[in-house]
Design a protein around this ligand. Structure first.
Ligand SMILES: Cc1cc2nc3c(=O)[nH]c(=O)nc-3n(C[C@H](O)[C@H](O)[C@H](O)COP(=O)(O)OP(=O)(O)OC[C@H]3O[C@@H](n4cnc5c(N)ncnc54)[C@H](O)[C@@H]3O)c2cc1C
Length: 322
């Protein structure tokens, strides 16, 4: 079996949730593999993330250099091309950065590429059968990947259970001197912080989230009423922001905010991976949707088949009566 690597993303000295999830992805590929994590960046944050990753990975390769200070996929791609051995399997989170980094990487490594993997079925020395989702999760596709020349595997955040055991006790090797030539054509200019808006949905315990099923801007009032009754705030899916019915700061998802509530009410939201990618920390999800086949029901603890325009006011009334 090929050597398995995992690329660890991090912000502010904290590794992304995918860091622990990819431990289990790797186990699905090869239960006994000694997996190597790769941590890149500049400064003390990199040292911290690398040391923490060693609790979960057998080996951590740390690249701490100024050229890697900012998340520039072109630089990281060049680094990985320089350091990965032939025929390696590399796991990379399927987020905006991973999507930028991975296809070009697979071409340069002359290895297979498979995006947005949510499951691994069977693996032998030369092939791997994986599960992907299409059409916003309405159908699953099962794909066989030829891994004889290695593979770049983009792993959907949240699809694998995080391995919290942190019992590996691996080693950290500082490979900064071996990064090689990292000159690229894309130059980092500036970081623009996302606007916070009137409420910060990333700090809320209970979110009443509305999607296209709300149908009209005027109907947002019923979500507001429910949120008030529950001591929650209203968040939303992207079409609501695109329609300018709510501020961008209320949008949950890969191109919006990442939220970690305890309870998440998804009202008229289908459950696209871009939306679900913004929900972390395994909240208790209650989905209300009039289409029983909506993908959101696959991840909800409680699924209610109902028209939200009728159901939300009834729920508000019931909660207010308690
Ligand atoms: C690069 C990229 C980034 C993206 N980033 C994000 C992101 O950050 N966040 C995000 O949310 N999306 C994002 N999207 C869009 C995403 O792909 C989906 O289109 C979007 O999440 C769908 O939103 P929705 O579930 O509200 O709408 P739909 O998918 O249209 O679903 C509406 C749901 O409401 C139900 N419904 C309709 N009427 C009612 C009713 N009266 N009562 C009950 N149920 C009803 C329907 O059955 C359906 O399931 C992104 C897309 C791209 C390409």
């Amino acid at each position: 079996m090929a050597d398995i690597y995992a690329y660890i993303t991090h912000t502010g000295g904290v590794a992304g949730d995918s860091s622990l999830e990819m431990v289990n992805t790797a186990k699905k590929i090869d239960a006994g593999a000694a997996v190597t994590a790769i941590v890149t960046g500049s400064g003390a944050d990199v040292d911290k993330v690398a040391d923490e990753a060693a609790a979960s990975y057998a080996k951590v390769l740390k690249f701490n250099t100024d050229a890697l200070a900012y998340p520039n996929a072109e630089v990281v791609r060049k680094l990985l091309i320089n350091v990965l051995p032939k025929n390696a399997i590399i796991l990379i989170p399927h987020d905006t950065f991973g999507m930028d980094l991975s296809p070009g990487l697979s071409i340069k490594l002359d290895s297979a590429f498979v995006a947005d993997v949510v499951g691994i079925e069977e693996v032998d020395g030369t092939s791997m059968k994986v599960i992907r989702q299409e059409y916003s999760g309405m159908v699953s596709t099962h794909v066989t990947v030829d891994i004889s020349n290695g593979a770049v595997v983009n792993v959907r955040p949240g699809a694998f259970i995080p391995d919290e055991s942190k019992s590996v006790g691996g080693t950290v090797e500082d490979k900064s001197g071996d990064a090689g030539d990292l000159s690229v054509n894309r130059t980092f200019l500036e970081l623009v912080e996302a606007e916070v808006g009137d409420v910060d949905i990333t700090k809320e315990d209970v979110l009443v989230s509305v999607g296209r099923g709300i149908e009209d801007e005027d109907n947002l009032e019923i979500a507001d009423d429910l949120a008030k009754a529950m001591g929650a705030v209203v968040s939303c899916s992207r079409p609501i922001v695109d329609a300018k019915w709510l501020e961008k700061s209320r949008q949950v998802g890969t191109s919006g905010q990442t939220v970690k509530p305890k309870v998440y009410l998804a009202c008229g939201i289908s459950g696209s991976f871009q939306h679900m990618g913004g929900i972390k920390g395994a909240p208790f999800i209650v989905a209300i949707n009039k289409n029983v086949k909506a993908p959101i029901f696959q991840v909800a603890e409680v699924g209610i088949e109902a028209d939200i325009l009728d159901f939300l006011p009834e729920l508000t009334e019931a909660i207010e009566g308690l």
